[in-house]
Design a protein around this ligand. Structure first.
Ligand SMILES: N[C@@H](CCC(=O)N[C@@H](CS)C(=O)NCC(=O)O)C(=O)O
Length: 196
């Protein structure tokens, strides 16, 4: 292979690419200075205040009362505990369904210990901010799981991916085969990071 021939042509390519990028970034700069106060549709742009203060927005949409710049329990509230070791606090959203689908698959595969009690957490009624729930998931999001297998040391599990992995490792075998562990992890992390 003739490296002498290839290097200059690669350099030429890099130089023209750099020139092109410079041209487009200076165009972008020119645009941003002339059109700083409006967006492409001509609407007024949001200009961040120098010091941001939170303005409560309880009514503009369904999530107005949910989102706040603070964390922690908003009220004292006990969670029910049923008869099984696994207590699931969740809702049938895509994030919630991942866990119930796995638990049901496990039960279907004959893993009796995977039986669980499921309790609905109504996020639009702000159940996720109750004190017992926040003790399980400090981020106030469903799904959340408590494992009471060891009554003296119950285990809290939050984040749907973490719950899936916890269950797959607890009931080892079919759902996390050793020889395919990396491939399973690839898809687990893919769905957490990329799936809708
Ligand atoms: N990364 C989290 C996301 C969980 C999540 O976004 N849960 C939503 C429902 S699907 C929730 O509880 N929202 C309530 C809130 O944000 O206050 C997970 O995978 O568990």
């Amino acid at each position: 292979m003739n490296h002498k021939m290839r290097v200059p042509s690669l350099l030429r390519f890099t130089h023209s690419f750099a020139a092109l990028s410079l041209r487009s970034s200076s165009t972008a700069l020119r645009m941003s200075s002339t059109e700083a106060n409006t967006d492409t549709a001509g609407a007024a742009k949001y200009v961040p205040p120098k010091v941001w203060t939170w303005e409560p927005d309880e009514g503009s949409n369904a999530f107005g009362a949910v989102n706040r710049p603070t964390a922690g329990a908003r009220m004292e509230r006990k969670l029910p505990i049923g008869k099984h070791a696994l207590q699931l606090y969740s809702l049938a959203t895509p994030n919630g369904q991942k866990v119930t689908i796995l638990l049901e698959e496990m039960l279907e595969a004959g893993i009796k210990e995977a039986d669980y009690d499921a309790w609905i957490v109504k996020i639009l009624e702000l159940d996720q901010f109750g004190s017992d729930f926040v003790d399980i998931n400090p981020n106030s999001k469903i799904p959340a799981l408590m494992d009471h297998t060891d009554k003296d040391k119950p285990v809290r599990v939050f984040e749907s991916g973490s719950i899936l992995l916890y269950l797959a490792e607890k009931f080892d075998g079919a759902f996390l085969p050793t020889e395919k562990r990396t491939e399973v992890m690839n898809w687990l992390f893919w769905q957490m990071g990329s799936a809708p």
